[in-house]
Structures are given as structure tokens and as C-alpha cells.
Design a binder for this molecule. Structure first.
Ligand SMILES: Cc1ncc(COP(=O)(O)O)c(C=O)c1O
Length: 312
């Protein structure tokens, strides 16, 4: 019996050469080639922000996290779908509603979505997750109209659809341009349009979403470090200012303590920036529980000593 492969990738000499070249780089992940690829994607898809990640599944997960979905938020998705989206929604404890698909295209339609909303008496819908079966985007224009009517966000599971185009008011757009969706996700599994072995892409035009994705992918430690070290940084800035203006010792100490206290705002703000899906009580808990006692117990004696040392 002939063996029919599940998928077959095309890899030529050039591809092999560039893989070998990249293996001799110091950074074989998240290095300059990744950034170059992301920039190329921005140009090709005509979107503002593209990020690559480890799989299409990871891209969908990042999309859900980046828009701040939380427990019990309502998500609609096609009943005929790849299991990843459903599993992720369940892991995130979202309320999932499966929308029936059209018998010919295998995709959701505006009417089927309205049926689902009315049948389940849904009032607030957070997200519609669309899936373009076989890479053929259906109903983009009408789904976008529904987005604006019901005020949900659209995440496109475009894992099959890298390079696909659609018509919107007689103009041609690429899937992934995010002109009529909030986030698009793609897979680079060998079965898809292009492959990197395993891999995923996530695109958006929304700066806030893009920042969240970047923080989730690149694990930026800078804001966290700033959050932790902000009291002495602020106090030192105050000391320099006091020295410059020849301010007397008592006022310098007061100024340093006040400046360090600005950390009660800086720490929550820095943490909110670096951990987008954490809740505000965590930031204030950390700020009041860590920054405040450290500032009182260690900070004030330290700032007093420092000010005495520098201000004579
Ligand atoms: C529609 C759809 N979404 C998501 C995925 C998940 O992509 P990956 O295998 O890269 O995690 C697939 C993979 O086959 C898919 O077909």
C-alpha cells in the first residue's frame, strides 16, 4: 500500500545554507535573524507589528493573553476547528461558545454567529476567534461589521492562511495585515504555507497589544529591575538636584525620602508594564509590602547617611 504523507516540505540548498549560517551565530534564538524576519513580515503583510514564536498554538495563546482575557470572559469560535484554540480557552477558564459552520465552506458566518448570540442570550462577548479553513478567508467584511456592532475583538486563527488575501469594499488586503481584525496568528508547522520546522507568527496594528506580546515573548526584565531599584535611583536623583541647588542637609534628606516614596507609584506602574496579565492588587501588594518597609527600615537611615556624606 502506498504511504500518503501527512505533509511534505520543500527545502532547497539555499534553505540548508541559511540554516547552517544561522547555526554559527552566537544567538540561535531571538537573535538578529528573528528581528530581520519580523521586519520582513511587517513589509509583506503590511502590518505594524509582527512577532515570531514557537508554534501556531503559542501564537493563539499569546493573542489571548495579550488582550488580557480573564476567567469567565466569553469567546466565540467555530465548532469545526483545530483543537488548540478550544484547549487554550479552557486552560484560561474562558466561557467558550461554539458557533456552527457553513456546510460548504466549513467556516462560521455572520448569521450563525448571531444565532449563537441569541440562542445563548449573550450580552458581553470579549472575542470572536475566526478560523480560515484551508487558507480561504470567508466573510471578513461581514465579521468586521459584527465586531463593531457587538464590540468584541477579533483574533484570526490564520494558521492555514499565510499569503491569503480577501476583498473588503472592493479592495484587496492580506490576511495578517490586521486591517479588519485585532490580531492574526499563523503556524509555520511543515503542513503550512512556509515552515521553520515548528513556529508561529502573531501580528497586530495595536500598540498596546504589541507591547504586551513583546513582553510576554521577550521576558523583559528591565521594568522589574527598575521596579525593585527605583527607590534608591529616585533618592540619588534627588540628592544630585539638592547638591546642584545647594540645598541644606535637612531639606536634602526630606527630598530624598519623598523622591524614594515616588516608588509606591513607580513599582506598580513598572510591574503592570512587565506583567500585563497580573492583577492590580498584586502590584500594590508588592509596592506596599516590599517597597514601603524597605524604604522605611533601610532607606531613611541610608539616605540620611548619604546626604550627610555629600552635603556638608
Ligand atoms: C487551524 C489551526 N490552528 C492552529 C494550529 C496550531 O499550529 P501549530 O501546530 O503550529 O501549533 C493548527 C495546526 O495544525 C491549525 O491547523
Amino acid at each position: 500500500m502506498d504511504y500518503i504523507p501527512y505533509g511534505k516540505q520543500f527545502i532547497d540548498k539555499e534553505d540548508k545554507k541559511s540554516v547552517l549560517n544561522s547555526l554559527s551565530n552566537d544567538l540561535i534564538t531571538t537573535g538578529p535573524l528573528v528581528e530581520k524576519f519580523e521586519k520582513e513580515l511587517n513589509k509583506y503583510l503590511k502590518c505594524k507589528y509582527s512577532y515570531v514564536c514557537s508554534s501556531g498554538t503559542a501564537a493563539i495563546h499569546l493573542a489571548m493573553l495579550a488582550i488580557g482575557l480573564k476567567k469567565d470572559d466569553v469567546i466565540l469560535m467555530p465548532a469545526v476547528n483545530f483543537i488548540a484554540s478550544y484547549n487554550l480557552a479552557k486552560i484560561m477558564q474562558l466561557k467558550v461558545f461554539l458557533v456552527d459552520v457553513d456546510e460548504y465552506t466549513g467556516q462560521i458566518t455572520p448569521n450563525k454567529i448571531i444565532e449563537c448570540i441569541e440562542k445563548n442570550k449573550l450580552i458581553k462577548i470579549s472575542v470572536l476567534l475566526t478560523m480560515y479553513m484551508g487558507g480561504f478567508p470567508e466573510n471578513v467584511q461581514n465579521l468586521y461589521t459584527l465586531r463593531n456592532k457587538y464590540k468584541f475583538l477579533i483574533i484570526e486563527d490564520a494558521c492555514h492562511a499565510l499569503g491569503s488575501k480577501y476583498l473588503y469594499k472592493k479592495k484587496v488586503f492580506k490576511i495578517g495585515s490586521c486591517k479588519h481584525a485585532d490580531i492574526s496568528t499563523f503556524s509555520m508547522h511543515p503542513l503550512k504555507t512556509i515552515t521553520s520546522g515548528e513556529g508561529g507568527i502573531i501580528t497586530t496594528n495595536n500598540l498596546k497589544i504589541a507591547k504586551n506580546i513583546k513582553l510576554l515573548i521577550k521576558k523583559s526584565i528591565v521594568p522589574i529591575l527598575y521596579g525593585v531599584f527605583s527607590p534608591p535611583i529616585h533618592a540619588l536623583i534627588a540628592l544630585l538636584i539638592a547638591k546642584f541647588f545647594n540645598i541644606q542637609l535637612g531639606d536634602t534628606i526630606l527630598l530624598m525620602v519623598l523622591a524614594a516614596s515616588a516608588s509606591y507609584i513607580a513599582v506598580p506602574a513598572a510591574l503592570k508594564f512587565s506583567i500585563p496579565k497580573a492583577n492590580p492588587s498584586l502590584y500594590f501588594g508588592i509596592s506596599l509590602g516590599i517597597t514601603f518597609p524597605i524604604n522605611i527600615l533601610i532607606g531613611i537611615p541610608f539616605y540620611t547617611w548619604l546626604a550627610k556624606f555629600f552635603v556638608s
